[in-house]
Structures are given as C-alpha cells and as structure tokens.
Design a protein around this ligand. Structure first.
Ligand code: FES
Ligand code: FES
Length: 168
C-alpha cells in the first residue's frame, strides 16, 4: 500500500475519506474539472477516465480502490496549445456542441482505439479473433456508453474515424 495515486503523471495522496468516489476526488480534491459529473450512476459516460490504460466510469469507483494506479484525465491527454490527435479531430469535425460530454467522449475514444489496436472484440465484431478495424459500426458499438445530449454523434464518429485512419 502506497496510499498514493498517479494522476496525469503526478503522484497524489489518496483522500482521507474512503467513501470519496474517484470522480469527486478528481474534481473536488484535485480541481481537475474536465471530468464531468452527468448522471453519477454509471449511465452517461461523462465521467470516463483512463485507469492503467483502461477506460472506466469514475463515478462508479472509489478513489481508495486505486492505490498505486495510474489515472489519465482529459487534462492529461493534451492542452489547448498541444492537443492530442483526438482533441484536434473533435475540433475539426465539430464533434461537440455544449461540450459537456466531450471530455468523457475523448477519454473513452482514446482507450477504445487502443482496444481495437489490441484486437479486442466487441459485440459488433464478426469474429472474436483476428484484426479489428475501426469501422463506423465498431465505433458506435464501442462508444455506446458515452451519451451526448446534443446529439453530436455523427461528427464524433467522423472525428474518431479520422484518427483511426479510416475514411470519415
Ligand atoms: S457521471 Fe459517471 S456515468 Fe454518468
Ligand atoms: S456536446 Fe453537449 S452533451 Fe455532448
């Protein structure tokens, strides 16, 4: 037990209150408000962050359960001056309107593209083995946990496909 958690490459002490969700820890304790609280019940994906390379809903897990883990939030993916490829593509493709769901969409898409690169199948995959490609169908299935109240889905898929190297 180290009682620390790495957030965007910086070691942080875990919260003293063991009931603190990872989402509240990031937003309230660390001031990383890019990660959004939508439903707080695991239903919208607005709170998605990447833990040890895997995307999770930070509202559904306690910070204390992540002793020694590496967390990446939207702030850790890029900055306005130096955006990640997906952040840039979302801008170029108008992948957002109000922007509330966008950090969760981008964190989710970042890890999701890695899942495809790892050839992990989804419900939309025709086989369980072999090379996976970022088709529109695969992206829609794999991103189905990230809701957008503004309905920017078509542009979100186009942005992700561009980064995946598929034609939009
Ligand atoms: S706030 Fe976590 S899934 Fe909605
Ligand atoms: S851009 Fe508004 S909720 Fe998705």
């Amino acid at each position: 037990m180290s009682d620390t958690i790495s957030v965007n490459g910086k070691l942080q002490p875990l919260p003293t209150d063991p009931r603190t969700s990872l989402l509240d820890f990031l937003r309230h304790d660390l001031g990383l408000t890019g990660t959004k609280k939508g439903c707080d019940h695991g239903q919208c994906g607005a709170c998605t962050v990447i833990v040890n390379g895997i995307r999770i809903n930070s509202c559904l897990t306690l910070a204390a359960m992540h002793d020694g883990d590496e967390v990446t939030t939207i702030e850790g993916l890029g900055t306005p001056d130096n955006p990640s490829a997906l952040q840039k593509a979302f801008l170029e493709h108008d992948g957002f309107q109000c922007g509330y769901c966008t950090p969760g969409q981008i964190c989710s898409a970042t890890a999701m593209l890695q899942e495809i690169a790892n050839n992990w199948p989804s419900d939309a995959s025709e086989t369980l083995e072999g090379d996976m490609t970022a088709t529109g169908e695969e992206i829609r299935e794999r991103m189905s946990g990230n809701l957008c109240r503004c309905g920017a889905y078509a542009n979100i898929v186009a942005a992700i496909r561009e980064v995946a190297g598929e034609s939009a």
